[in-house]
Write a protein that binds this ligand. Structure first.
Ligand code: UDP
Length: 439
């Protein structure tokens, strides 16, 4: 298991993003859970939305008094190929998982559980993200508390795949989905919570940056800041429909000949082996158009550059076909950008069509909205203002932290756990005094 390091943060820095009452409740809820030892486990420490969320959430949990750690699975090429297939099936792609693949998936989890056992026994609560490490619990045996969080858009899943996973999910004390429409068949509703993700307003990706600085950064990367720019910041993944974005750009370019397109998709998520292949196909599809800019090198595109592209673009596109929750949508909306998003999954919750963004079902519709926003500055400003307001109200990390603390408190109460009274010892134990964490 790999222990992921994070930068410390101070909950006090987030005070101005919420009401005083909310902030007080956040602190008092954290106080009730002071000393709770939580380990979070996912597939990768960088690349994609889950790593992005944990990078902030874990230090924030520490900042309100929890003892929080983050582990990622040992990388294994074949395992990640199989788990990307599982991911695709759960998001509704045609196909099946062979018995051999299922076996490999379980065996890798079993091996990992052996390595993890000693570490996990030092925690009160294990929070497992997404399908890759889902079966770990079945190989770890009894734990004080456990939670599985699914970040995928499972609105139209492959039913066989879903059925295969349900027995592993049922072993957890609780399950979290980002949207009501994603809940798997066969789960007891009492164990399910809905928690949409959120973005960190203070991360280097989202912190304030002047427009002139943003333009300077994108100019350095080959963009002409005097010409209109549209961008999509997403892994190169079929579900993000990068080909559809290029098609929309081509239609819009007929009306706006100086239009430029940037597709940012750094190849850093080790659990996404498909990305390099998708990038090759997108490169071919883009051809030699000098106004299409594809970026995939993590040494070139870091948080600062994503921030700059999102700010220097006049319109942000997220033309996904499935999207559990679009962090990149929320990031752009936070920056007052009008977003044209695919009419699917979590984006439908984030964007109210025509109010704080636009929802589209085809490249043509996407192009129409891009053209309208580029031609009508007032419309772009109105949509951008409403976009920021909705992120402030619903999609910033203090709300996410609060949702998790409340959920943790419910789990702790249901199991009858209380903070360890002994000085020198940490964590939670059964009300009667028996420490639940198994050695
Ligand atoms: N992202 C990035 N660099 C890139 C492309 C994307 O940092 O080149 C980030 C993006 O800003 C967002 C995350 O990756 O924070 C993607 O999260 P999202 O929820 O949009 O999609 P996921 O990858 O989880 O499906």
């Amino acid at each position: 298991m790999i222990d992921v390091m994070t930068q410390p943060v101070d909950i006090g820095s987030y005070k101005n993003f919420v009401s005083p009452e909310f902030f007080e409740t956040l602190l008092s809820t954290g106080d009730k859970l002071k000393g709770l030892r939580v380990c979070q486990i996912n597939a990768t420490g960088s690349g994609g939305g889950v790593a992005e969320i944990l990078r902030t959430l874990i230090p924030l949990m520490r900042s309100v008094g929890l003892i929080a750690d983050w582990y990622v699975l040992p990388p294994d090429e074949e395992f990640f190929r199989i788990t990307k297939t599982i991911h695709n099936l759960l998001q509704g792609k045609e196909g099946t998982l062979s018995d051999g693949e299922l076996n490999y998936y379980l065996t890798h989890n079993e091996r990992t559980a052996l390595k993890l056992k000693g570490k996990v026994s030092q925690f009160d609560l294990m929070v497992v993200h997404d399908p890759q490490p889902l079966p770990l619990l079945s190989f770890l045996g009894r734990l004080p508390l456990s939670l599985w969080v699914c970040h995928l858009d499972t609105s139209f899943p492959n039913i066989d795949m879903e059925k295969n996973l349900v027995p592993f999910i049922k072993l957890y004390d609780g399950v979290v989905f980002s949207h009501e429409n994603y809940v798997f068949e066969g789960l007891d509703s009492g164990m399910v919570s809905i928690v949409p993700p959120a973005i960190d307003p203070l991360s280097s990706k989202n912190m304030p940056m002047s427009l002139s600085m943003a333009r300077g950064i994108v100019r350095g990367l080959g963009i002409n800041p005097r010409h209109p720019l549209i961008s999509q910041a997403s892994r190169f993944d079929p579900w993000k429909d990068p080909w559809g974005v290029i098609e929309a750009y081509r239609i819009a370019k007929k009306e706006i000949p100086e239009l430029q397109l940037a597709l940012l998709g750094v190849l850093s998520a080790s659990d996404d082996p498909e990305a390099a292949e998708v990038l090759r196909s997108v490169e071919q599809y883009a051809g030699d158009d000098p106004d299409i800019h594809l970026f995939s090198d993590p040494r070139v595109i870091r948080d600062r550059e994503v921030n700059a592209f999102q700010r220097a673009s006049q319109v942000i596109v997220q033309k996904s076909i499935r999207e559990g929750f679009g962090l990149s949508v929320a990031e752009a909306m936070w920056k007052r950008k009008p977003v044209v998003g695919g009419n699917c999954g979590g984006i439908v919750r984030q964007i109210r069509d025509g109010k704080n963004g636009f929802l589209v079902d085809s490249p043509q519709e996407c192009a129409d909205r891009i053209i309208a926003l580029l031609k009508d500055r007032k419309l772009a400003l109105r949509i951008g203002r409403a976009a920021k307001k909705s992120v402030v109200e619903s999609y910033l990390t203090p709300r996410l932290l609060m949702d998790y603390l409340v959920l943790f408190a419910q789990l702790v109460d249901t199991k009858g756990l209380v903070p360890v009274a002994n000085r020198g010892k940490r964590g939670f134990e059964l009300g009667g005094g028996e420490l639940l964490a198994t050695p």
